[in-house]
Design a binder for this molecule. Structure first.
Ligand SMILES: Nc1ncnc2c1ncn2[C@@H]1O[C@H](COP(=O)(O)OP(=O)(O)OP(=O)(O)O)[C@@H](O)[C@H]1O
Ligand SMILES: [Mg+2]
Length: 438
């Protein structure tokens, strides 16, 4: 049973709400003043708080702050007979999940709470997962090219062979690396991804091999490297083409000896890790140009998996569309559908960003679809926007409305909203400011 705090000064509304919520299986506690509410919030944690805005010398906004301070994941629903959605969002910095305009039907209130709970679960899932992945994503696709990939995965996963995964951005290289790990005898041990492209070359060595305290100024403690931390597991070296020539030799040595020597340490340690590497650059060509060591290339290239871009397997598009639509409907508590013409429009697009781009577009479309229907006009508009979007601030005309809907679906999580809208977070802040939402 879920605890719930009601803050409402009107006794008859307070009693009705309490009764209805009890019948609905909640465990409501009701108070009439901000002081009582703040007392309660000081000593207990409530997953859900429903509060009137205009109460006494303090307001529902104070309740909201206190509730969030106590429990950042708390769902707060504000009620008022006055003021527009805008003033409420402004007052709460977009942080209130929902807004109930008085008078409201009890059924509407229940719906609102249910929706808030769902989105709360989604946020929790979201925090558990890495930045933009759905949790436990399956590999979708039944084109002959994908079937070949699955076959290779099942053949090489159980071995300790080093695997090199090549493919354009967003084709699923990391997903494949995780599947290799999950289907190996190492599955119970760590899978550690390292983005070689985003770690400064000078830090990559200590990241991978570790550092002893005092190895250099600033090394104030021993740091275990990834290879040691992932012992018995799998290390995923992403963007392998970005590794500097100088460090390539060290990596080669490691692949030969399977020993790590942390910076500043006289001793080497044996480790047992499997290495899976990925790149979206043409490393073969880099070898020819002398930018990548040939010997390292051969070491990494024991098994090579090349993931085809989405445009070479169009029959996978409808499967991916339906899969992501289902996942996002679940995540955001929606019932969005896609029409036949909408699906056709998805199939006709070239998807330069591959599955990742398709996934993000489905997230946006599922939330923003008018009347919960994604038709070809909606798809074409979304494609147009991705195509024309650059560093500029552009969004469609209805952007204020879109921003509100996305913020509401993400419970006011601005970084997530910016990602769904496909704009920079600071751009979103600027737009919110212009909309009068601080
Ligand atoms: N076949 C697939 N089925 C389901 N989801 C997929 C599939 N391929 C990719 N994805 C999803 O698309 C997103 C991008 O995939 P991933 O991160 O594996 O791409 P990548 O090839 O590593 O891209 P990059 O080169 O940009 O790092 C992820 O959210 C992943 O779960
Ligand atoms: Mg990747």
């Amino acid at each position: 049973m879920k605890k719930l705090l009601i803050v409402e000064d009107d006794a008859s509304l307070r009693n009705t709400m309490t009764t209805v919520l009890e019948l609905e299986g909640y465990q409501p506690e009701a108070v009439a003043s901000t002081r009582e509410a703040l007392d309660k919030l000081g000593s207990e944690t409530y997953p859900i708080v429903i509060s009137d805005i205009y109460l006494d010398e303090r307001t529902g906004i104070d309740i909201l702050r206190a509730a969030r301070e106590r429990n950042p994941a708390c769902v707060v629903i504000l009620m008022t007979g006055r003021g527009s959605m805008e003033t409420v969002m402004a007052a709460t910095e977009g942080g209130a999940f929902e807004y109930l305009a008085k008078p409201f039907e009890m059924a509407h209130m229940i719906d609102t709470i249910k929706r808030a709970e769902k989105s709360l679960e989604a946020v929790e899932d979201d925090e558990a997962a890495s930045i933009d992945d759905l949790p436990e994503t399956e590999m979708i696709g039944s084109s002959s090219k994908m079937v070949e990939i699955y076959k290779t995965i099942s053949r090489v996963a159980p071995t300790d062979a080093t695997v090199l995964i090549e493919g354009e951005t967003g084709t699923g290289k990391e997903l494949i690396a995780r599947m290799l790990h999950r289907n190996s005898k190492r599955a119970q041990h760590p899978f550690v991804p390292v983005d070689c492209g985003s770690i400064a070359p000078t830090l990559l060595e200590s990241e991978l091999f570790g550092t002893l305290k005092g190895a250099y100024t600033g090394a104030d403690r021993d740091r275990m490297g990834v290879f040691e931390a992932a012992n018995n597991g799998t290390v995923f070296l992403d963007e392998i083409g970005d590794i500097e020539l100088g460090f390539q030799l060290k990596l080669l040595r490691f692949l030969q000896e399977r020993e790590v020597r942390p910076l500043g340490s006289p001793r080497a340690k044996k480790v047992d890790v499997r290495v899976v590497a990925a790149t979206n650059r043409d490393v073969q060509k880099m070898v020819e140009e002398g930018k990548f060591r040939e010997d390292l290339w051969y070491r990494l290239n024991v098994v090579r998996l090349t993931v085809p871009p989405l445009c070479e397997r169009p029959s996978d598009i409808p499967l991916l569309v339906h899969y992501f639509l289902r996942r996002y409907n679940e995540r955001y508590g929606l019932d969005t559908i896609i029409t036949e013409t909408g699906l056709k429009a998805m199939e006709n697009y070239s998807w330069p960003g591959n599955v990742r781009q398709l996934q993000h577009m489905m997230e946006r479309l599922s939330i923003l679809a008018s009347a919960a229907r994604i038709d070809d006009a909606a798809v074409k508009a979304a494609i147009q926007e991705t195509a024309s979007r650059d560093a500029s601030d552009t969004l469609a005309d209805t952007e204020a409305e879109q921003i509100r809907r996305v913020l509401s679906a993400t419970s006011g999580n601005k970084s997530r909203a910016a990602k769904i809208l496909g704009i920079e977070r600071k751009t979103l802040y600027r737009k919110l400011e212009r909309m009068g939402v601080p």
